[in-house]
Design a protein around this ligand. Structure first.
Ligand code: ADP
Length: 301
């Protein structure tokens, strides 16, 4: 869906994207990363709003430099910040946006009512936008990006500022997008839960570089609890006993710690007995929950 090869973006002395390479599949994709990671820069380049300093990027199979106007017709964008006129009704605004994207009046009107129906907006679509609740404003912002029937929709922090009910509704709506109109979704957010609820794939960016690209279901599967261990000398012997006990499954070893899956309280006894057999001193043994938050924190720190 989007392919970036060795993309560099510098703003003066600041390198926002640092040799960034990624191949993003079709579907519902989340882009996660802390503030300043380079998410918006990547999205703006993919939308054709700004140019990269060097590197190549293709969107929906087309080279962005050569075909940016054609590609823009296939793309929708829901920006994070408010960008909607208060003195128009929802319907008027959407018809206008449809026409700006090249639809004739009749098609724009038809699409407007279809989309607002999908978004479960009733009679309030004929009211002035200034009277809308936060949730309804977000829906109109989403709808204006969808009215021309894009193949790919960029969503920038779509749940920001919503109360829990409106947030849930927005996530369900995004989830339904693919079914309604075959739209692929690129969701840029700092809320892990939103990615877990909506996305098939997640990309984590930090310091302008790609840290992880992974199937969300696979990532969620890794969310089993583990026991983190720190040991003294003779760790090789200790690790080899642990591997025998655990059929070599999922034992992670770094310079600082060893982690094995937590099965039940017996797991602690197994570790103590392995340490005793290997004459290896246990400095620390702690059960930790490998939630998506922990995986994320580990990647970005
Ligand atoms: P994110 O969206 O992940 O928060 P950004 O892409 O906005 O990250 O920013 C990446 C880096 O580029 C940050 O260090 C940011 O300060 C810098 N940056 C972004 N836009 C500009 C700009 N227009 N001028 C100068 N520096 C910028």
């Amino acid at each position: 869906m989007i392919e970036a090869k060795n993309v560099i973006k510098k703003y003066g002395q600041v390198t926002a994207l640092d040799d960034f390479t990624v191949d993003i599949p079709k579907g519902k994709i989340g882009i996660l990363g802390p503030n300043g990671a380079g998410k918006s820069t990547f999205v703006k380049i993919a939308l054709g709003l700004i140019e990269s300093t060097s590197g190549e990027i293709t969107v929906l199979g087309e080279n962005l430099d050569k075909n940016s106007i054609e590609i823009r017709k296939k793309i929708g964008y829901m920006p994070e910040h408010d960008c909607i006129p208060n003195k128009m009704t929802g319907v008027e605004f959407l018809i206008e946006m449809g026409q700006v994207s090249g639809l004739d009046y009749q098609t724009a009107t038809q699409r407007t009512h279809e989309i607002l129906g999908h978004l479960r907006m009733g009679e309030e679509k004929y009211r002035l936008i200034e009277e809308y609740s936060g949730g309804m404003r977000q829906k109109i912002k989403l709808a204006q990006g969808l009215v021309h029937g894009p193949e790919l929709m960029f969503l920038d922090e779509p749940t920001s500022g919503l109360d829990p009910n409106a947030r849930q509704e927005m996530l369900e709506t995004i989830n339904g997008l693919a079914e309604i109109s075959n739209t692929n979704v690129l969701l840029s957010t700092h809320i892990l839960q939103d990615v877990e609820t909506v996305c098939d794939y997640v990309i984590i960016i930090n310091n302008g570089k790609l840290q992880i690209k992974e199937n969300v279901k696979e990532l969620v599967k890794r969310q089993t609890d583990t026991i983190q261990i720190r040991v003294g000398e003779n760790s090789d012997e200790f690790i080899s006993i642990l591997k025998q006990n655990n059929n070599k499954r999922n034992i992670e070893i770094t310079d600082r710690w060893i982690r094995i899956p937590y099965k039940n309280e017996e797991s602690f006894k197994e570790i103590i007995s392995a340490a005793a057999s290997a004459k290896c001193q246990l400095y620390e043994m702690e059960r930790i929950a490998m939630t998506m938050d922990n995986i994320y924190l580990e990647v970005v720190n």
